[in-house]
Structures are given as structure tokens and as C-alpha cells.
Design a protein around this ligand. Structure first.
Ligand code: PEP
Ligand code: MG
Length: 754
């Protein structure tokens, strides 16, 4: 080859990499790659072999100069032939007269026998085998040391991309899949963590976003579908999505946004449709054409740095599956999760809404936290959810049934009749508990007559009727972030106003505590890049810090609350306050908002009470200063524990260190409550500890008279309040506060207190 071409070659490889993003399909991409390499290496043959991990075999995936019919058919074991040898030993193999080498493997019909010079260079990432690049020439003694260097450079430049293509092409997956099915684990029981309580017993739907469409639908490649069939499937898919969108809108007015919009828009996109029909016109099988086009989209979405768009790549796969199901006419039920238990690696809040709209029976996720927003959302929607990091769950089949006991965190796979019988008895008990509504009292008091106010934590407006039905005296924590989290952009002041107004109307004068935007940590706004790059988001630009940094967004929210709160019984609460200065700055913005409305004669709530959440331990030592300026405090136990104990609340690895009854936590609570009482300021508890009956006596004992809880727990907590006397509670609190050992405290909280 012309030695002067080296520099040009490297440069062309860069160009080639750029071509990867526009290639029409993976096949054409590989075709172009081999042609380009052959041209630059002045070789008559160039081949790309990809390595299948599952089969430990190399497969010919692209070639120029040999018989194209054998692409996909030529296979070699690791170490087999010169090509297999190169990959096995991670070293180039250069032969001047390949046919003379005893290792040379001859494939009938491939036409290799004509080519004497042979050079194979492995493609690898570290010790991960990806494939082999091979060049060949008729003339013997053709390739030199320099050629080896150049081909090695190409291999290392293309390695990453080829690896990606290998994954997309799912070279491994058919085998991996069939193996997985054969060796389907004998999963019987899995213990997980409860994300959202409840029960479910239904067949499984594994939402494996990593399973390739190619693999799933390859059996339909031979079937003929016309352009009209494709367009009809588009229309059916669009109708289904619209229907689901409607359902969500009705049930979840405040957070619905357009969760299916990206998918609907994609179906409407002529470029998308044309790309498919064009391929079909040129003779490509329809199913394959659709998959190629979808894969192009997935690749594009996945490559962008913006997390929101990356998330959309899942929407593409999702819509692809639905679309293909409609085209090939698989059972309609394949398309929805209706009455199924969905098992997924991980879910986004918007996924939970989609599942809800399709009446899913329950959810198992491999990753996520109990207090993560996916769990909180599932609680609001009353979808039982368990978090269990057991990958074998993803290998279950459609006809496997799961019994989800999300009271205990137990997952039974294909349970025996006996287990199902027990579960049914338990379910009846749950049903009975649901019917205890008439046992609930309007106001609850301890056995000696001290009234404890039970408020509701509300995440979605849809929960308000239940909260009222379950006798909540007001909303003690309205997490305003949900409409922000689920949408694709910040909701405007007007949009927020409409939501808040509805809440105020529904509560009919009962107290509502609006917590201002609490995002960051595990509550990520996928459309807002700012906090996504943080290494440690829980310690980053979260909550009030975010609001104070983005005053435009904060002011819009404050204005929406003040306007919606006209005639309402409204409190405004700032989350994650860490310093007096933050509190004062935030409070000033509310006062400014009131002032400007007054000046403009715009109806608003002119005197909301302004308070804060106690979640950061720094607050404890300056709590007396806070109670002078705050109208009320509410202890957010979830974050308080997290920050006090330096334990990530969503990290399963340290779940055992997340100890609500840690002495530092309990004594911290007492300091806060005492300080508030001294100044006659309202103090409540609104984290998860408030709806654990074990802690009710302690809270009452240290002086708490208001708890804000998930409405589902109303009956349980009313009972816990009724069963304890103030005297008993105070004594218990004293004993508890005197203990320093976690073990002793654990025992104490197991006791019955009257
Ligand atoms: C808390 O931290 O306890 C709390 C109620 O807030 P969130 O769970 O929304 O962070
Ligand atoms: Mg919190």
C-alpha cells in the first residue's frame, strides 16, 4: 500500500466514525466500513467478524471481495482458524501464504482460497472480545509490519463503535435468550423492599427495554406486509395511544401532561413513516424496515447528552413494540399491562403513570428506593410496588404468575395453591381494613383526651377525595413537585395556578400546606440539565437551594400559590432549609409577591403562614432563631435521618444503616419540638415515621400534636393514637431518650405502650 496514506487513513477513519451516525442501517454501515478499510489498505478483501459471547463464536458480519451469500453463515470458534486465533490470543496474525498454515480454515464457497496474504487484527476492549478485522490479498507476501500497525490503529479507533453495533445487532441475544429460556431459573421466592404497599396476583409482563426488537420480531421477517398494512398499524397504534392519554388525563389531571405525546408525534412524523415505507418500497421486509428505522431513532436519542431525550429512547422502543404488535397482529393483550404485574429493571415516574393508565396490578423494579419518587407515586396511585435487585426476575415468561405481597416485600413466583390461599385471606383482611372507613373518627384523641391532628400527605390531586373520606383534617404536606417531575417542561404560573386552585377548592377551607418545589436528589427534572451533572445530588442544588438559585421559577410558583390561595387556608413551607438566611430570603420573596399583587389589585392570599421543613441537622443548633421567624415547622423524617446519619435514603446498600430510632435522630426531634413549643409555634411531623404506629407514642410524648401521613394509613394511626395515653407516651419518650444503644432502642420500639 502507499505508505504516504497513513495520515489520510486515520483522518478518514474519523470521517467514517461520523458516518456511523447517519448510516441507514447497521448492515449498510458495516458494508461501508469494510469497503473503506479495503480501499485504504489497498486490499482486495476486507471482513468484519463479530464475537458472540453466548456461543463463543465469531460470525462473519460484513465483507467485501468474497461471496456475500455467506455473510452471517461463516462461524468460527475461538482459536479456530487464523481469525479465531487472533481473537483468542488478542494478537494480530499475519500470513504471507495463508493456505500453507495448518491453522487456516477453509470455508467452501467463500472464495478465500484465491487470497494468499492474510492479516487479522482483533477488536477488543481490554479483555472484552468484540470481533476481528481481516484483510486479504491474492499476492503473497503482501502485508507488512506497517500494515499491521495501521490495521491495529483502525481496530482501536473503530472498536467502541463496533462494540455498540454488536450490541445493537444483538449478535448475542438470540443465543443468550434461548439459553436463558432453557435455563430458566427455578425462582420461587424473592425478598424485596416495599416501595408501595398492597397485594397483587397476576401474570407477569417483563418490561425488558434491553431486549432487542430485532430479536423479538425476527420470526416475522419473511412475512409480507403492504404499505397499507403499515399505515393501518400506525393508525391503530395512534388510536391506542390517544385512548391511553385520555384515561390518564381524566384520572391524573394535575400530572397527566402529555405523557404519550412524544410517541404520538413520532407516529405523525412523515420522515419516520417515509423512512419505513421507502424501505418497504425498495423490497425490504416491512418488519425489518421498521426495526431499522426505530433503531436509528434509539441510537440518535441515546447518543445525546440531554437525559430527557435519552429517556425518550425508551419511548421509541415502547412504541416500536406496540406498532409491531399491531402490524403482525399478535394478541392484543401483548400491548398492554392490563391486570399484569410488571417487572422492570428501573422505571421513571412517567412510566408509572403509563402503567397506571393501563390498570397494572403491581410492579417489581430491580432498582429504586423506598422513598424515591417512583415509589411515592406508586403509593399515591395505590399500585403495589416492590424493589428487588434480582435479575432473574427479568427472565420470567408471560405465563408465569407472580404473587406480590407488598405489605411484607415478598414476591412468590408461580406460588402453590396454599400460598395463594393464605394470600387471599390476607387480601380479605386488607379489604376489610379498607371498609373501616366508618370506624374512622373526625378528630382523634389519646385515651386521656389529648387531640392529635392527623393531616394528609398529598402528591397528586387524585388523592384528595380519599384523604377527605379518611378524615384528614387538612393537607399537611402537598408535594408540589409531581407536576414538575412528570412534565417535559416547567409548568407555567397559570398551569400551576389551575392545579393549586383545584386543591384549594376541594379542601373547602381546611388547612393546606404547600411545600415549594423540592427537586434534586432522586427527584430529577429530566428536562433541566443543571442538576444532572452533580456527583452528589443529595448534597447538591436541591429543594430551596434550587428555588433560590432560579428565582424566576420560584416566583412563578409562589405567585401561583398566592393567587390560588385566595380565600383558602394556606401555608407555604420551604423544604431543606439549612440556614436562617435561606429561610429569610425565601420568605422575603413571598412577601414581595404579596406586595406586588396588592399593588396590582390582583386577588391573592395576603396572609399565608410561612414555615419550613426541618430536614437538615444544621437547623438544630440554631432552631431558636428559626422559631422566631417561622410560623410553623414540619419535620421531614426521611431527609432528616438521611442527613443526620449520612445515609443515602435511596441506597439499598446502606439500608440497614438508615435507622429512624437512632438516638441522635430522636434527640434531634425533641430539641426541635421543645423549641417550637416554647414560642407557641405549630410543629408537625410529615416524613414516613409519622405513619409508622410504633413511633406515634414517642412523637406524642415529646409534644407533637400534628402528624401528616399518607391517607392510606389513617386508620392505623388513629388506632395508635387512641391506644396510648399522654402520660404513657411521655414516660415512654423519656425512657427512649435516655437510651444510647441502637439495639436497646430497637427493643423499646417493639414494646406495647398504653
Ligand atoms: C421528608 O424528607 O421526610 C419529606 C417528607 O420530604 P420528601 O420525602 O418529599 O423528601
Ligand atoms: Mg424531604
Amino acid at each position: 500500500m502507499n505508505r504516504g496514506d497513513d495520515a489520510k487513513l486515520i483522518c478518514d477513519i474519523a470521517e467514517l466514525t461520523a458516518l456511523f451516525s447517519d448510516a441507514q442501517s447497521l448492515e449498510t454501515l458495516f458494508e461501508r466500513t469494510v469497503k473503506m478499510i479495503a480501499q485504504h489498505m489497498h486490499s482486495e478483501v476486507c471482513s468484519i467478524y463479530l464475537f458472540s459471547d453466548a456461543e463463543q463464536e465469531l460470525i462473519l458480519k460484513a465483507n467485501t471481495g468474497l461471496n456475500p451469500d455467506l455473510i452471517g453463515k461463516v462461524r468460527m470458534k475461538l482459536g479456530e482458524g487464523l481469525t479465531g486465533l487472533a481473537l483468542k490470543d488478542f494478537t494480530p496474525v499475519c500470513e504471507r501464504q495463508a493456505s500453507k498454515n495448518p491453522n487456516f480454515k477453509f470455508f467452501v464457497g467463500l472464495g478465500e482460497e484465491l487470497f494468499e496474504s492474510f492479516l487479522a487484527v482483533p477488536i477488543a476492549r481490554g479483555r472484552v472480545r468484540i470481533g476481528v478485522l481481516v484483510v486479504q490479498n491474492k499476492q503473497s507476501h503482501y502485508f507488512t509490519e506497517r500494515d499491521i500497525t495501521v490495521l491495529k490503529a483502525i481496530s482501536s479507533q473503530l472498536g467502541n463503535t463496533i462494540e455498540m453495533v454488536r450490541l445493537i445487532m444483538a449478535v448475542d441475544e438470540p443465543e443468550a435468550q434461548s439459553q436463558a429460556l432453557e435455563q430458566k431459573p427455578e425462582l420461587k421466592f424473592v425478598k424485596g423492599k416495599v416501595g408501595s404497599k398492597g397485594f397483587g396476583y397476576a401474570p407477569v409482563f417483563v418490561l425488558d427495554v434491553k431486549q432487542s426488537l430485532w430479536d423479538r420480531y425476527r420470526t416475522y421477517f419473511d412475512k409480507v406486509y403492504t404499505r397499507e398494512d403499515v399505515l393501518t398499524a400506525v393508525k391503530t397504534t395512534e388510536d391506542q395511544l390517544r385512548h391511553m392519554q385520555k384515561q390518564v388525563e381524566v384520572a391524573l389531571f394535575d400530572v397527566a401532561s402529555l405523557i404519550f405525546s412524544a410517541q404520538i408525534l413520532m407516529l405523525k412524523d412523515q420522515v419516520f413513516i417515509n423512512a419505513i415505507t421507502e424501505r418497504v418500497k425498495q423490497g425490504a421486509p416491512a418488519v425489518r424496515a421498521i426495526i431499522d428505522v426505530l433503531n436509528d431513532y434509539v441510537k440518535k436519542f441515546e447518543a445525546v447528552p440531554n437525559a430527557y431525550l435519552r429517556e425518550k429512547s425508551r419511548d421509541v422502543i415502547d412504541i416500536g413494540r406496540r406498532f409491531l404488535n399491531n402490524l403482525v397482529g399478535v394478541d392484543k393483550k401483548e400491548n398492554d399491562f392490563h391486570d399484569r404485574i410488571v417487572v422492570a429493571d428501573e422505571l421513571y415516574p412517567s412510566d408509572i403513570l403509563k402503567l397506571y393508565s393501563q390498570k397494572v396490578q403491581g410492579v417489581v423494579v430491580l432498582h429504586g428506593g423506598e422513598t424515591a419518587h417512583v415509589s411515592i407515586l406508586a403509593q399515591s396511585l395505590q399500585i403495589p410496588l416492590i424493589i428487588a435487585d434480582v435479575r432473574d426476575l427479568l427472565r420470567l415468561n408471560r405465563d408465569d404468575r407472580i404473587l406480590l405481597d407488598a405489605e411484607q416485600g415478598n414476591i412468590y413466583v408461580n406460588p402453590s395453591e396454599e400460598v395463594v390461599g393464605n394470600f387471599k385471606a390476607k387480601m380479605r383482611l386488607e379489604d376489610e381494613l379498607k371498609t373501616v372507613k366508618n370506624l374512622l373518627v373526625d378528630q382523634v384523641s389519646t385515651s386521656d383526651g389529648i387531640q392529635i391532628h392527623l393531616m394528609a400527605n398529598i402528591n397528586l390531586l387524585g388523592e384528595v377525595p380519599r384523604a377527605l373520606e379518611f378524615k384528614a383534617e387538612g393537607v399537611g404536606l402537598y408535594r408540589t413537585e409531581f407536576p414538575f417531575i412528570v412534565r417535559s417542561d416547567f409548568p407555567s404560573e397559570e398551569e400551576q395556578y389551575v392545579i393549586y386552585r383545584k386543591l384549594v377548592e376541594q379542601m373547602q377551607g381546611k388547612e393546606i400546606t404547600f411545600r415549594t418545589l423540592d427537586i434534586g436528589g432522586d427527584k430529577v427534572l429530566s428536562y433541566f440539565d443543571d442538576h444532572q451533572k452533580e456527583k452528589n445530588p443529595y448534597l447538591g442544588l436541591r429543594s430551596i437551594r434550587f428555588s433560590l438559585r432560579h428565582k424566576d421559577i420560584f416566583n412563578q410558583q409562589i405567585r401561583a400559590i398566592l393567587r390560588a390561595g385566595v380565600n383558602g387556608n394556606v401555608r407555604i413551607m420551604f423544604p431543606m432549609v439549612g440556614s436562617l438566611d435561606e429561610f429569610m430570603d425565601a420568605k422575603q420573596l413571598v412577601l414581595d409577591g404579596i406586595h406586588s399583587f396588592k399593588a396590582a389589585h390582583i386577588p391573592h392570599n395576603a396572609a399565608p403562614r410561612i414555615g419550613m421543613m426541618v430536614e437538615i441537622p444544621s437547623v438544630i443548633s440554631i432552631i431558636d432563631d428559626f422559631v422566631k421567624v417561622a410560623d410553623f415547622l414540619s419535620i421531614g423524617t426521611n431527609d432528616f435521618i438521611q442527613y443526620m446519619l449520612a445515609v443515602d435514603r435511596s441506597n439499598e446498600k446502606v439500608a440497614d444503616l438508615y435507622i429512624p430510632y437512632h438516638p441522635a435522630v430522636l434527640r434531634g426531634f425533641q430539641t426541635i419540638v421543645v423549641a417550637a413549643q416554647k414560642q407557641h409555634k405549630d410543629v408537625s411531623v410529615c416524613g414516613d415515621m409519622a405513619h409508622d404506629p410504633r413511633f406515634v407514642p414517642f412523637f406524642i410524648g415529646i409534644g407533637v400534636r400534628k402528624l401528616s401521613i399518607n391517607p392510606n394509613n389513617m386508620y392505623k394511626i388513629q388506632q395508635a393514637v387512641k391506644n396510648v395515653s399522654l402520660k404513657g407516651a411521655e414516660l415512654f419518650a423519656q425512657e427512649v431518650l435516655a437510651l444510647s444503644r441502637i439495639d436497646d432502642l430497637a427493643k423499646k420500639f417493639g414494646e406495647r405502650i398504653a
